[in-house]
Design a protein around this ligand. Sequence first.
Ligand SMILES: NC(=O)c1ccc[n+]([C@@H]2O[C@H](COP(=O)([O-])OP(=O)(O)OC[C@H]3O[C@@H](n4cnc5c(N)ncnc54)[C@H](O)[C@@H]3O)[C@@H](O)[C@H]2O)c1
Length: 258
Amino acid sequence: MALTVALIGSGAIGSRIAQLLDAGTAPGVQLAGVVPHGDARTGFSFDDAVGVADVVVECAGVAAVAEFGPRTVNAGRDLLVTSIGALCDSSLRDTLLDGGPGRTFLTTGALGGLDAITAACAGGSIHRITVESRKLPATLLQPWMDGETKAALLAATQPVELLRGGPAELIRAFPKSTNVVSALALAAGNWEVVEAVLIADPAAKHTTHHVVAETSLGTFDIRVTNEASPGNPASSALVPHAVVRGLKTLANASGSFI
Ligand SMILES: NC(=O)c1ccc[n+]([C@@H]2O[C@H](COP(=O)([O-])OP(=O)(O)OC[C@H]3O[C@@H](n4cnc5c(N)ncnc54)[C@H](O)[C@@H]3O)[C@@H](O)[C@H]2O)c1
């Protein structure tokens, strides 16, 4: 029987997932519909989504995880989250990861190596994880920055370190850049061991994440250089494929890395 999927969000990631599923790239996975942003009275609503879907896939942002995540798992449907930064909120985290009856899955998204870190957490201990992310300055402008700060960032000719801290500092200042660091904290099972360094680099042709995880079962040095999403320079082209890979695993795990 097919795994029925509903999407929340049809931006760069959601629209690509819909294309991939409609094109039949994930046998055994069927797209039931996409919940539109805004007027829920027209088209496919969230209630329709939880009525028919085995899995609701969030690709709409941190606020959408808080709005729809608890209702999805409470309705006994599974939830696949792309905006993992939302789980910085410990109360939402408890609801989604420890509640139910629906299950919550997290996409590997733009990152590699989460499998090794999770395994090291299960069988040993995580000493420290650092992640240095480099992005184009224009993708890091924030509403709280004044005009002078924004202009200086856009005019920078050298890399500028914008932040060094844990997930909580990052979500306060750069909420759209918290997915990777939150994913690492969840894989480590510890929100205190991860230190993020965020760099605006005018020479960055790609977004890069350099992760060094020091664990009792080994040191993992992971460098990911992502092509930008054609629909959103702040997003990675890899993410929709990571989501579809996850859905394929849920539908039919034979031959999958799990
Ligand atoms: N885990 C990762 O590695 C990773 C990487 C990149 C992006 N992301 C997450 O994926 C999300 C989507 O990324 P994107 O590049 O597609 O962004 P995007 O801005 O291109 O698209 C987001 C879409 O969601 C819609 N939306 C927002 N709130 C909604 C709601 N309440 N109901 C229905 N639709 C809603 C918007 O209208 C928009 O079309 C980002 O917000 C980010 O948090 C995760």
